[in-house]
Design a protein around this ligand. Structure first.
Ligand code: CAA
Length: 259
Protein backbone atom coordinates (compact mmCIF):
# COMPACT_ATOMS: atom_id res chain seq x y z
CA UNK A 1 0.00 0.00 0.00
CA UNK A 2 1.29 3.50 -0.71
CA UNK A 3 0.85 6.36 1.70
CA UNK A 4 1.14 10.14 1.46
CA UNK A 5 2.02 11.14 5.01
CA UNK A 6 3.93 8.15 6.35
CA UNK A 7 6.84 6.09 5.06
CA UNK A 8 6.77 2.40 5.88
CA UNK A 9 9.80 0.12 5.83
CA UNK A 10 8.60 -3.41 6.65
CA UNK A 11 12.13 -4.78 7.11
CA UNK A 12 14.59 -2.16 8.30
CA UNK A 13 16.44 -5.07 9.89
CA UNK A 14 15.23 -8.63 10.24
CA UNK A 15 11.80 -8.75 11.91
CA UNK A 16 11.71 -5.00 12.60
CA UNK A 17 9.59 -2.49 10.69
CA UNK A 18 9.70 1.29 10.86
CA UNK A 19 7.01 3.85 10.19
CA UNK A 20 8.09 7.44 9.70
CA UNK A 21 5.57 10.23 10.24
CA UNK A 22 6.22 12.40 7.24
CA UNK A 23 4.69 15.89 7.22
CA UNK A 24 7.94 17.68 8.08
CA UNK A 25 6.83 21.22 7.16
CA UNK A 26 3.91 20.93 9.59
CA UNK A 27 6.10 19.33 12.28
CA UNK A 28 4.25 16.07 11.58
CA UNK A 29 0.93 17.49 12.79
CA UNK A 30 -1.39 14.50 12.97
CA UNK A 31 -4.19 15.18 10.52
CA UNK A 32 -6.99 12.68 9.93
CA UNK A 33 -5.37 11.23 6.81
CA UNK A 34 -2.03 10.64 8.53
CA UNK A 35 -3.72 8.89 11.45
CA UNK A 36 -5.79 6.77 9.04
CA UNK A 37 -2.65 5.79 7.18
CA UNK A 38 -0.90 4.95 10.43
CA UNK A 39 -3.81 2.74 11.48
CA UNK A 40 -3.80 0.89 8.13
CA UNK A 41 -0.03 0.43 8.12
CA UNK A 42 -0.06 -0.95 11.65
CA UNK A 43 -2.84 -3.38 10.79
CA UNK A 44 -0.86 -4.55 7.78
CA UNK A 45 2.37 -4.97 9.76
CA UNK A 46 0.52 -6.69 12.60
CA UNK A 47 -0.60 -9.33 10.08
CA UNK A 48 2.85 -9.74 8.53
CA UNK A 49 4.69 -12.76 9.98
CA UNK A 50 8.03 -11.27 8.95
CA UNK A 51 7.48 -8.36 11.35
CA UNK A 52 7.84 -8.82 15.10
CA UNK A 53 8.29 -5.25 16.36
CA UNK A 54 7.51 -1.79 14.97
CA UNK A 55 9.33 1.50 15.50
CA UNK A 56 7.40 4.74 14.93
CA UNK A 57 9.48 7.87 14.42
CA UNK A 58 9.42 11.38 13.02
CA UNK A 59 12.46 13.43 12.13
CA UNK A 60 15.11 15.24 14.15
CA UNK A 61 13.01 18.37 14.67
CA UNK A 62 9.71 16.74 15.53
CA UNK A 63 8.17 13.43 16.39
CA UNK A 64 4.80 15.20 16.10
CA UNK A 65 3.56 18.60 17.29
CA UNK A 66 0.05 17.34 17.98
CA UNK A 67 -3.25 16.95 16.24
CA UNK A 68 -3.62 19.23 13.23
CA UNK A 69 -4.93 22.49 14.72
CA UNK A 70 -5.69 23.97 11.30
CA UNK A 71 -7.89 20.97 10.43
CA UNK A 72 -9.76 21.19 13.75
CA UNK A 73 -10.07 24.97 14.25
CA UNK A 74 -13.43 25.50 12.50
CA UNK A 75 -15.15 22.34 13.65
CA UNK A 76 -18.27 22.26 15.83
CA UNK A 77 -18.79 19.81 18.69
CA UNK A 78 -21.17 17.84 16.48
CA UNK A 79 -18.54 17.68 13.69
CA UNK A 80 -16.05 16.36 16.25
CA UNK A 81 -18.52 13.75 17.51
CA UNK A 82 -19.31 12.62 13.98
CA UNK A 83 -15.69 12.46 12.86
CA UNK A 84 -14.73 10.80 16.16
CA UNK A 85 -11.06 11.09 15.26
CA UNK A 86 -9.82 9.34 18.34
CA UNK A 87 -11.52 6.05 17.44
CA UNK A 88 -8.51 5.54 15.12
CA UNK A 89 -6.33 5.67 18.21
CA UNK A 90 -8.27 2.79 19.79
CA UNK A 91 -7.37 0.64 16.76
CA UNK A 92 -3.71 1.62 17.06
CA UNK A 93 -3.78 0.63 20.70
CA UNK A 94 -4.97 -2.84 19.66
CA UNK A 95 -1.72 -3.51 17.74
CA UNK A 96 -0.48 -6.84 19.05
CA UNK A 97 3.19 -6.42 18.29
CA UNK A 98 5.47 -4.20 20.38
CA UNK A 99 5.46 -0.54 19.33
CA UNK A 100 8.50 1.57 20.05
CA UNK A 101 8.45 5.35 19.66
CA UNK A 102 11.75 6.94 18.61
CA UNK A 103 11.41 10.58 19.54
CA UNK A 104 13.49 13.61 18.64
CA UNK A 105 12.35 17.21 19.01
CA UNK A 106 8.70 17.96 19.73
CA UNK A 107 6.31 15.32 21.05
CA UNK A 108 3.39 17.57 21.91
CA UNK A 109 -0.33 17.12 22.41
CA UNK A 110 -1.40 14.22 20.21
CA UNK A 111 2.30 13.65 19.49
CA UNK A 112 3.00 13.02 23.16
CA UNK A 113 -0.17 10.93 23.37
CA UNK A 114 0.97 8.85 20.40
CA UNK A 115 4.28 8.10 22.12
CA UNK A 116 2.28 6.96 25.15
CA UNK A 117 0.23 4.59 22.97
CA UNK A 118 3.53 2.91 22.19
CA UNK A 119 4.99 0.32 24.54
CA UNK A 120 8.46 1.80 24.90
CA UNK A 121 9.94 5.21 24.13
CA UNK A 122 13.52 6.07 23.16
CA UNK A 123 14.29 9.78 22.96
CA UNK A 124 17.08 11.98 21.75
CA UNK A 125 18.52 14.58 24.14
CA UNK A 126 16.59 17.24 22.21
CA UNK A 127 13.18 15.68 22.74
CA UNK A 128 10.50 17.70 24.49
CA UNK A 129 7.26 16.21 25.76
CA UNK A 130 4.20 18.29 26.49
CA UNK A 131 0.41 18.59 26.51
CA UNK A 132 -0.02 22.22 25.44
CA UNK A 133 -3.69 21.94 24.43
CA UNK A 134 -4.59 24.27 27.32
CA UNK A 135 -2.84 27.10 25.41
CA UNK A 136 -5.37 26.79 22.58
CA UNK A 137 -8.49 26.59 24.71
CA UNK A 138 -8.92 22.83 24.84
CA UNK A 139 -7.44 19.89 26.71
CA UNK A 140 -5.81 16.56 25.81
CA UNK A 141 -8.26 14.27 24.04
CA UNK A 142 -6.27 11.19 23.06
CA UNK A 143 -5.27 9.84 26.45
CA UNK A 144 -3.13 12.67 27.82
CA UNK A 145 -5.01 13.10 31.08
CA UNK A 146 -5.07 9.35 31.69
CA UNK A 147 -1.88 7.73 30.37
CA UNK A 148 0.33 10.67 31.32
CA UNK A 149 -1.00 10.68 34.89
CA UNK A 150 -0.43 6.94 35.20
CA UNK A 151 3.11 7.32 33.85
CA UNK A 152 4.40 10.41 35.67
CA UNK A 153 1.99 10.84 38.61
CA UNK A 154 -0.55 13.51 39.46
CA UNK A 155 1.72 16.46 40.27
CA UNK A 156 3.70 16.45 37.06
CA UNK A 157 0.71 15.53 34.90
CA UNK A 158 -1.34 18.38 36.38
CA UNK A 159 1.48 20.83 35.71
CA UNK A 160 1.88 19.70 32.10
CA UNK A 161 -1.86 19.62 31.39
CA UNK A 162 -2.87 22.79 33.27
CA UNK A 163 0.07 25.03 32.31
CA UNK A 164 1.21 23.53 29.01
CA UNK A 165 4.79 23.33 30.34
CA UNK A 166 7.04 20.97 28.39
CA UNK A 167 9.44 18.50 30.00
CA UNK A 168 12.84 17.59 28.60
CA UNK A 169 13.88 14.09 27.58
CA UNK A 170 15.91 13.74 30.78
CA UNK A 171 12.96 14.85 32.95
CA UNK A 172 10.72 12.45 31.06
CA UNK A 173 13.15 9.61 31.75
CA UNK A 174 13.42 10.45 35.44
CA UNK A 175 9.62 10.61 35.67
CA UNK A 176 9.25 7.15 34.12
CA UNK A 177 7.56 8.35 30.93
CA UNK A 178 10.29 7.07 28.64
CA UNK A 179 12.90 4.32 28.61
CA UNK A 180 16.08 5.89 27.38
CA UNK A 181 17.75 9.17 26.37
CA UNK A 182 20.57 9.09 23.80
CA UNK A 183 22.43 11.60 21.61
CA UNK A 184 20.37 12.82 18.69
CA UNK A 185 22.28 10.87 16.02
CA UNK A 186 21.55 7.61 17.86
CA UNK A 187 17.89 7.79 18.82
CA UNK A 188 16.55 5.85 15.84
CA UNK A 189 19.28 3.20 15.95
CA UNK A 190 18.72 2.71 19.68
CA UNK A 191 14.99 2.30 19.16
CA UNK A 192 15.63 -0.24 16.41
CA UNK A 193 18.04 -2.11 18.72
CA UNK A 194 15.37 -2.27 21.41
CA UNK A 195 12.90 -3.53 18.80
CA UNK A 196 15.42 -6.15 17.64
CA UNK A 197 15.89 -7.35 21.18
CA UNK A 198 12.19 -8.05 21.66
CA UNK A 199 11.96 -9.45 18.10
CA UNK A 200 14.45 -12.18 19.08
CA UNK A 201 12.00 -13.60 21.63
CA UNK A 202 9.01 -15.84 21.04
CA UNK A 203 6.47 -13.60 19.28
CA UNK A 204 3.54 -15.36 20.96
CA UNK A 205 5.09 -14.88 24.39
CA UNK A 206 5.84 -11.23 23.60
CA UNK A 207 2.26 -10.65 22.45
CA UNK A 208 0.78 -12.23 25.56
CA UNK A 209 3.20 -10.41 27.83
CA UNK A 210 2.31 -7.07 26.19
CA UNK A 211 -1.39 -7.84 26.51
CA UNK A 212 -0.92 -8.68 30.19
CA UNK A 213 1.02 -5.50 31.01
CA UNK A 214 -1.62 -3.40 29.23
CA UNK A 215 -4.35 -5.20 31.16
CA UNK A 216 -2.94 -3.70 34.36
CA UNK A 217 -4.10 -0.26 33.16
CA UNK A 218 -7.69 -1.40 32.77
CA UNK A 219 -8.32 -3.64 35.71
CA UNK A 220 -7.97 -4.29 39.42
CA UNK A 221 -5.08 -6.40 40.78
CA UNK A 222 -6.96 -9.66 41.28
CA UNK A 223 -8.48 -9.69 37.81
CA UNK A 224 -5.14 -8.67 36.31
CA UNK A 225 -3.33 -11.48 38.12
CA UNK A 226 -5.92 -13.96 36.90
CA UNK A 227 -5.48 -12.73 33.30
CA UNK A 228 -1.69 -12.93 33.59
CA UNK A 229 -1.83 -16.46 35.00
CA UNK A 230 -4.09 -17.68 32.16
CA UNK A 231 -1.71 -16.23 29.58
CA UNK A 232 1.26 -17.82 31.36
CA UNK A 233 -0.39 -21.26 31.37
CA UNK A 234 -1.54 -20.80 27.76
CA UNK A 235 2.05 -20.34 26.61
CA UNK A 236 2.70 -23.97 27.54
CA UNK A 237 0.65 -24.83 24.44
CA UNK A 238 3.40 -23.35 22.24
CA UNK A 239 6.42 -25.00 20.64
CA UNK A 240 8.34 -21.86 21.58
CA UNK A 241 7.90 -22.61 25.29
CA UNK A 242 9.40 -26.11 24.82
CA UNK A 243 12.18 -24.68 22.68
CA UNK A 244 12.95 -21.84 25.12
CA UNK A 245 13.10 -24.07 28.19
CA UNK A 246 14.99 -26.90 26.45
CA UNK A 247 17.51 -24.44 25.02
CA UNK A 248 18.14 -23.12 28.54
CA UNK A 249 18.70 -26.63 29.88
CA UNK A 250 20.93 -27.59 26.92
CA UNK A 251 22.88 -24.29 27.26
CA UNK A 252 22.20 -23.13 23.71
CA UNK A 253 20.45 -20.17 22.11
CA UNK A 254 16.72 -20.72 21.55
CA UNK A 255 15.33 -20.53 18.06
CA UNK A 256 11.76 -19.33 18.27
CA UNK A 257 9.35 -20.17 15.45
CA UNK A 258 6.25 -18.27 16.49
CA UNK A 259 4.42 -21.58 16.94
N1 CAA B 1 -1.20 21.65 13.84
C1 CAA B 1 -1.07 22.25 12.64
N2 CAA B 1 0.05 22.87 12.23
C2 CAA B 1 1.09 22.89 13.09
C3 CAA B 1 1.03 22.28 14.36
C4 CAA B 1 -0.18 21.62 14.72
N3 CAA B 1 -0.33 20.98 15.89
N4 CAA B 1 2.22 22.46 14.98
C5 CAA B 1 2.99 23.15 14.12
N5 CAA B 1 2.32 23.41 12.98
C6 CAA B 1 2.79 24.14 11.81
C7 CAA B 1 2.85 25.64 12.07
O1 CAA B 1 1.58 26.24 11.92
C8 CAA B 1 3.85 26.07 11.05
O2 CAA B 1 3.19 26.14 9.80
P1 CAA B 1 3.44 27.42 8.82
O3 CAA B 1 4.91 27.31 8.46
O4 CAA B 1 2.54 27.14 7.68
O5 CAA B 1 3.14 28.62 9.61
C9 CAA B 1 4.83 24.90 10.99
O6 CAA B 1 4.13 23.78 11.53
C10 CAA B 1 6.08 25.13 11.82
O7 CAA B 1 5.69 25.49 13.13
P2 CAA B 1 6.18 26.85 13.87
O8 CAA B 1 6.50 27.89 12.88
O9 CAA B 1 5.15 27.18 14.91
O10 CAA B 1 7.51 26.30 14.55
P3 CAA B 1 8.21 26.82 15.89
O11 CAA B 1 9.52 26.13 15.96
O12 CAA B 1 8.16 28.30 15.98
O13 CAA B 1 7.26 26.26 17.08
C11 CAA B 1 5.99 24.58 18.24
C12 CAA B 1 7.17 24.88 17.27
C13 CAA B 1 6.30 25.09 19.64
C14 CAA B 1 5.83 23.06 18.28
C15 CAA B 1 4.70 25.25 17.70
O14 CAA B 1 4.52 24.92 16.32
C16 CAA B 1 3.46 24.84 18.41
O15 CAA B 1 3.19 25.32 19.50
N6 CAA B 1 2.64 23.92 17.80
C17 CAA B 1 1.38 23.51 18.33
C18 CAA B 1 1.54 22.55 19.49
C19 CAA B 1 0.19 22.18 20.06
O16 CAA B 1 -0.55 23.02 20.55
N7 CAA B 1 -0.17 20.87 20.00
C20 CAA B 1 -1.42 20.39 20.46
C21 CAA B 1 -2.41 20.26 19.33
S1 CAA B 1 -4.07 19.83 19.84
C22 CAA B 1 -3.98 18.16 20.16
O17 CAA B 1 -2.98 17.51 19.95
C23 CAA B 1 -5.23 17.54 20.72
C24 CAA B 1 -5.09 16.11 21.14
O18 CAA B 1 -5.18 15.79 22.31
C25 CAA B 1 -4.90 15.05 20.17
Amino acid sequence: MSYEFIVVNPAVVEYVATIQLNRPKELNALNLQLMGELKSALEELDNNDEVRAIVIHGNERAFAAGADIKQMAGKTAIDMLKIDQFSTWDSIRRTKKPLIAAVSGFALGGGCELTMLCDMIVASETAQFGQPEINIGVMPGAGGTQRLTKAVGKARAMEMVLTGNFISAEEAREAGLINKVVPVDLYLDEAIKLAQKTAEKSPIAVQMAKESVLKSFDTGLQEGLFFERKNFYMLFATEDQKEGMNAFIEKRKAIFKNK
